[in-house]
Design a protein around this ligand. Sequence first.
Ligand code: EPU
Length: 338
Amino acid sequence: MVTVQENVSLKPFNTFRVEAYSRFFVKIDDEAELSSLFQTRYIKEPLLILGGGSNILFVKNFEGLTIQMNNKGIFCEQKDDYVLVRAAAGEKWNDLVNYCVENGFSGVENLALIPGSVGAAPVQNIGAYGVELKDVFFSCSVFEITTGNVRIFNAEDCEFDYRESIFKKKLKGNCIITSVTLKLSRSSNIRINYAAINQELQTRGINHPSIKDISSVVAHIRVNKLPDPSTIGNAGSFFKNPIISKQIFETLQSQFPAIIHYPVGEDGIKLAAGWLIESCGWKGKQIGNVATWKNQALVLVNADIATGEEIFNFSQTIIDSVYQKFGIILEREVNVIS
Ligand code: EPU
């Protein structure tokens, strides 16, 4: 049986630490409970699937059913030349990374210390330091709300893109990811083509890094650069890095020669949104209870007792400011509930 609660505060369930209430709320400790929930009238409500709440901004209360996935378990299946690791959606992403690193399974060490749950990882195709979830993704198990059936999605089914997947688009609110399976390597397949990682390895005098070295270096970089959500409310990068065409980029570069950029695909250029925001003078700036982080302007922080609305309005001011200076419209990366 599942217990559905009414009018539950979501403050403990979002890393921005803003106050918002959910009309209905249920915690799922076991996949089987989803079948019981499917038999109730609550499944007909608008649904919000919550993992660690680390990529969400509540601008107002949620007038539907919030489902908080809290199922646990990590299992591995050794194959001849790779290993499959399946983790329940309610596991913390970083606990899964630690499990892999401790067991010598390579592939997710660059994704150390990303806040959030395993089930949320495919939704926005989490990524950091040159690796995205899609690079190690094997499959995920999904409870379909329309039918009550469980389906397996492979990487192609998920339609992964930069911070995107089918779960944020076509299937938004229609699917509950119950577990994720990764395909990892037992031989270390180190990816260090990211300047900050190389620099820190050099500082530590490490020439032949192990998987553990990489996860430790990544954790060190993150701790120094990003605010810890357990002490200061934030949801990581608030905006996506915009991708523009080469042609538009060349015009921009002639005006702003220092603009930070990376090539993507055939004709795309990705810009560093943090640089754009900093160039507009926003780094470390605070209005009321909201600020951009002093070491990384792409991260908005709840400096004190901000409401979701204040954070949203602050983000709009930044969007307007970047648009005025660069003609680029920043897109929010966080899931805004409004
Ligand atoms: N930069 C600035 N000013 C700033 C912030 C950044 O000039 O205030 C410059 C940096 O100096 C660097 C470039 O912008 O040259 C890129 O910065 P960084 O390496 O910190 O990465 P990012 O593009 O800002 C992305 C991800 C992060 C991920 C890092 C590392 C997005 C939206 N964000 O940030 O992911 O940790 O790369 O790989 O793609 C997240 O999604 O929540 C997140 C934290």
